[in-house]
Design a protein around this ligand. Structure first.
Ligand SMILES: [Zn+2]
Length: 149
C-alpha cells in the first residue's frame, strides 16, 4: 500500500520520519524539509542551525488514539544580525504544546459541550482546556478570525 502520512497531516515542509505507539497514543516523529528560514529580525536567508531540540505537541486524535507530534524545534544562527532565532512555524505558536489546529478544535468543542466533557473526551485537564479556550478566544478578538494552521 502506497500511503503517505505526510499528505494526511498536511503541514507545510513537514514529512513524517517514523511513528511509535504507546498504550493509548500515537507519536509521529516529524522532519522539517526546508534547509533554512528567513531571519525574523533582518529577513536574511539563514541555514546554519545553532541547536535543535525535539518537543512533543498534541494534535488531533485519530482512530480513538491520542496523537502527539515530535517536532524538531530548530534554532538558527544569523551572522547578519548575530541572533539565534527559533524557527517560526505557521502551525505552531511560540511556547505552545498543541498545534493551532488542535487548539482551534478544542475551542469549537468547548462551545458545543462543557469544559468537563471536553476534558474527559480529550483526556486533558480541565485547566488546560480552559487555558486553550481563552487563548483562542483572545486571539480571535485580536485578529477577528481563525488562527493559522
Ligand atoms: Zn538576522
Amino acid at each position: 500500500m502506497d500511503f503517505h502520512l505526510d499528505t494526511l497531516l498536511n503541514l507545510p515542509n513537514v514529512v513524517v520520519d517514523s511513528y511509535s505507539n504507546t498504550l493509548d497514543a500515537v507519536i509521529l516523529k516529524l522532519q522539517l524539509i526546508n534547509d533554512g528560514i528567513n531571519c525574523p529580525n533582518c529577513n536574511e536567508y539563514i541555514c546554519k542551525t545553532h541547536q535543535t531540540r525535539p518537543i512533543l505537541v498534541r494534535y488531533l486524535s485519530v482512530f480513538g488514539q491520542l496523537v502527539y507530534l515530535k517536532v524538531p524545534r530548530r534554532q538558527f544562527y544569523c551572522p547578519n544580525c548575530q541572533t539565534s532565532p527559533t524557527e517560526p512555524l505557521s502551525w505552531l505558536n511560540k511556547k505552545q504544546r498543541q498545534t493551532n489546529r488542535y487548539q482551534e478544535y478544542i475551542y469549537e468543542k468547548v462551545r458545543e459541550l462543557t469544559v468537563k466533557q471536553v476534558s474527559e473526551n480529550e483526556r486533558m485537564s480541565e485547566d488546560a482546556i480552559q487555558d486553550i479556550f481563552h487563548k483562542v478566544a483572545q486571539s480571535k478578538k485580536k485578529t477577528g478570525g481563525y488562527l493559522n494552521d
